[in-house]
Design a protein around this ligand. Structure first.
Ligand code: NAD
Ligand code: UGA
Length: 471
């Protein structure tokens, strides 16, 4: 059996590497039109940072795992074609800022129709609006070669930073197919691939539309939990309750559960916001504005939370951050990834720069040019000269350099290394009062206050109003 995956990104690369590792008899080729990305997959420096991934790729690459730019050639040879291309939010026209941009999906469907020379199973791996399989089927059916294509939905649930673990031991694999004999056959073939390492009981099969919709709903529910706890974090700050204690107390209820209740500066990542906006847009398209409004509020709270964090910094710094150095620790949207898409750090840096702060960013995995490009937008060249676009933004080589001489530290990504910094040494090199804002609730605020910091977290009792506080 030969598998081809179109799209060598955060999903295509790791998922195919795992299939190749677990199915040595299947040849798996990941193709992409981005030659630089493919070259990186073939090199010692993979294009994405993901714990454990190097090892998986090294074990299979060159044996039954290949990365190539020959999209047409690999389509011809494959029995199963996964489509793992990006499906970003539309930035133009009808549905701008909300609907999914399906340009890449449609273009892939046309490329498959053009180059296929035998019957194939097409697997939607990308996250797409419900009914997209109809579009793909229609385009494929218009081929004039009399070929048959079965279209399946097999959404991916991996989270970045834990992709290898999630792929090795998924909570479930979801496969949606047409309820016809050919559809059932295609579902069985794909299920047979996963069954090499995933227990059959964890392989769920549904109709196409349930599968497509379940992916959007899963992300919406996950993000909803974060917005719910973040909304409560504001109430905690106002009342003296501690959001981590509240999360622990409610999470002990087995009906609620403990996961995804970590209050933060706001969720980021390429998918939560995009998929909720897409879900809301779908609801509106199907005449359900109330449902759309309900889900849109999850994104609104998240936006509010990001701004609230910077507003708090401003208030604590005597209502002005202008010309004050603020160290931003962490830029990736979560720890253990180099992905910065929709990272809260982007909003934090932009809000601070808008107030004319001097922003010094440090992240252990994100290159300086990426940080400049993300914060300064398309106006920046991304080259070192790009920094000239706004000299107030600098990128430090480590946390100590970022914090030296800073009036305040803002922890924006929960990298483990930020928990064990020598904060006494950092404090000594900061003008006083020295402030620390923990946007991830990962450091010991009491210990920092003992050092002398004016330290605050998200949803934490406001220390400065507490008796015995040193700040
Ligand atoms: P990505 O941007 O990292 O990768 C997509 C790749 O597809 C790019 O390298 C791009 O060059 C390539 N591509 C686009 N059009 C192409 C074409 N016509 N021919 C060949 N290559 C083409 O995206 P990603 O993060 O891997 O996400 C892919 C999909 O998976 C999205 O729909 C996303 O919502 C979904 N998803 C992502 C994650 C995640 O953790 N990132 C998890 C689950 C689902
Ligand atoms: C998320 C889902 O968890 C995956 O199941 C899904 O496949 C993926 O989106 C997708 O469709 O792309 P991911 O965005 O990679 O995965 O990472 P998460 O762990 O979900 O974190 C998302 C954001 O929420 C991060 O910014 C994280 O820091 C934040 N978060 C997460 C919190 O603020 N609090 C939490 O309790 C959990």
């Amino acid at each position: 059996m030969k598998i081809c995956c179109i799209g060598a990104g955060y999903v295509g690369g790791p998922t195919m590497a795992m299939i190749a590792l677990k199915c040595p008899d299947i040849t798996v080729t990941v193709v992409d039109m981005n030659a630089a990305r493919i070259a990186a997959w073939n090199s010692g420096q993979l294009p994405i940072y993901e714990p454990g991934l190097d090892d998986v790729v090294k074990q299979a690459r060159g044996k039954n795992l290949f990365f190539s730019t020959d999209v047409a050639g690999e389509i011809k040879q494959a029995d199963i074609i996964f489509v793992a291309v990006n499906t970003p939010t539309k930035t133009y026209g009808v549905g701008k800022g909300r609907a999914a941009d399906l340009t890449f999906i449609e273009s892939v469907a046309r490329t498959i129709a053009e180059h296929a020379e035998s019957d194939k199973i097409i697997v939607e791996k990308s996250t797409i609006p419900v009914k997209t399989a109809d579009t793909i089927k229609t385009i494929l059916a218009s081929n004039t070669k009399g070929l048959k294509f079965s279209v399946l939905s097999n959404p991916e649930f991996l989270a970045e930073g834990t992709a290898v673990r999630d792929l090795l031991n998924p909570d479930r694999v979801l496969i949606g197919g047409e309820r016809t004999p050919e559809g059932d056959q295609a579902v069985a073939t794909l299920a047979g691939v996963y069954a090499r390492w995933v227990p059959r009981a964890n392989i769920i099969t549904t109709n196409l539309w349930s599968s497509e919709l379940s992916k959007l709903v899963a992300n919406a529910f996950l993000a909803q939990r974060i917005s719910s706890i973040n909304s409560i974090s504001a109430l905690c700050e106002a009342t003296g309750a501690d959001v981590d204690e509240v999360a622990h107390a409610i999470g002990k209820d087995s009906r609620i559960g403990p996961k995804f209740l970590k209050s933060s500066v706001g969720f980021g990542g390429s998918c939560f916001q995009k998929d909720i906006l897409n879900l809301a847009y779908l609801c509106e398209s199907f005449g359900l504005p109330e449902v759309a409004a309900y889900w849109t509020s999850v994104v609104s709270i998240n936006d509010w939370q990001k701004h609230r964090f910077v507003a708090h910094i401003g208030r604590e710094l005597f209502n002005t951050v202008a010309d004050k150095k603020i160290a931003v620790l962490g830029f990736a949207f979560k720890k253990d990834t180099n992905d910065t898409r929709e990272s809260a750090a982007i909003n934090v840096c932009r809000d601070l720069l808008a107030e004319r702060a001097l922003v010094s960013v440090y992240d252990p995995k994100v290159p300086a040019e990426e940080i400049r490009r993300d914060v300064l937008g398309t106006g920046s060249t991304g080259s070192p000269q790009g920094a000239a676009d706004n000299p107030r933004l600098t990128v430090a080589k480590d946390a100590y350099e970022a914090c030296a001489g800073a009036h305040a530290i803002a922890i924006v990504t929960e990298w483990d290394e930020f928990k064990t910094l020598d904060y006494a040494k950092i404090f000594a090199g900061m003008p006083k009062p020295a402030c620390l804002f923990d946007g991830r609730n990962i450091v010991d605020l009491a210990a920092l206050r003992k050092i002398g910091f004016k330290a605050s977290g998200i949803g934490k009792p406001n220390a400065h109003r507490r008796e015995g506080d040193t700040a």
